[in-house]
Design a protein around this ligand. Structure first.
Ligand SMILES: Nc1ncnc2c1ncn2[C@@H]1O[C@H](COP(=O)(O)OP(=O)(O)OP(=O)(O)O)[C@@H](O)[C@H]1O
Length: 255
């Protein structure tokens, strides 16, 4: 019998991170349901980025364990995590500014296929790749920008391109660090719609400051404050929680 808990793709237990004795994250127990959109929110300095970095193994926890698909990944390196299907976007995804949108997506796909250095050997590999590039460009709405250089893209579209290069890796779980930060209204809506679309057959965890995006997208929300979980639930539940209101009002939020 399979003893892996089926409901949760991520299970972090007793997660703590200390920086020179300062507890940035303390005793966090976080479960993320498969195929859900889960948001991590909280006032500035709450520990969101630290938790995000712990889950993607960019930081090593001081204490605690992390399981991904039932497997202990506490001591696994970031590259191996990505191979297992847990991929973070925006900060890691490489977009080459002088290359076109199409070339950027193609390179990301080549990386996934592992054919980066010998793809030219086979014409059939090439055409399969071209079809896939077009498919991906269509799915994120970038087809009409295909021949723009990445540097020429409007900022919002650049974020979409970053997401597309991440999606090329076909991640089972996507971690998004402030996916709508710095975007104008229209772009926020576009990226939010895209997140919903790409979440259809995968799990998404996002750190997000824009509460309207959080409320419209998230199935579940974890509120962090001072390194600990303050509240958890759907948007209705957490937004009415007096402790959450207090943490936001009492915090030093710069928004
Ligand atoms: N490398 C580090 N060394 C020392 N302290 C750190 C380090 N990284 C984070 N911290 C501290 O840990 C706490 C949590 O930081 P973190 O960046 O995780 O918060 P956050 O919730 O993401 O905040 P923000 O919304 O402002 O990005 C903060 O007090 C921060 O100063």
């Amino acid at each position: 019998m399979n003893t892996v808990p089926e409901d949760y793709i991520i299970e972090a237990q007793g997660l703590s991170k200390h920086f020179h004795g300062f507890a940035a994250v303390q005793d966090v127990n976080l479960k993320i349901r498969r195929h859900s959109i889960h948001a991590l929110i909280g006032p500035n300095g709450a520990g969101k980025t630290t938790v995000f970095n712990l889950l993607t193994k960019f930081l090593q926890p001081t204490a605690g364990t992390i399981r991904f698909n039932g497997r202990d990944i506490t001591n696994v390196k970031p590259a191996e995590i990505a191979r297992q299907g847990l991929v973070r976007s925006f900060q890691i995804s490489a977009v080459f500014p002088r290359m076109t949108v199409r070339e950027n997506v193609r390179i990301a796909l080549q990386r996934k296929l592992g054919t980066a250095y010998h793809f030219w050997k086979s014409v059939s590999t090439l055409s399969v790749l071209d079809d896939r590039v077009d498919e991906l460009l269509d799915s994120v709405g970038l087809r009409s920008f295909a021949d723009y250089s990445a540097a020429e893209l409007p900022y919002g579209r650049k974020r979409v391109l970053e997401l597309a290069t991440t999606l090329a890796l076909e991640p089972e779980m996507l971690l998004l660090d402030e996916p709508t930060s710095g975007l104008g209204h229209e772009d926020v809506d576009r990226v939010a719609a895209l997140i919903r679309k790409v979440s259809a057959n995968r799990t998404v965890l996002m750190v997000e400051h824009n509460l309207s995006v959080v409320s419209s997208l998230s199935d579940r929300i974890t509120v962090l404050a001072a390194g600990r979980i303050l509240a958890e639930g759907n948007y209705e539940t957490v937004s009415r929680d007096p402790r959450v209101i207090e943490a936001y009002i009492g915090g030093t939020d710069d928004e």
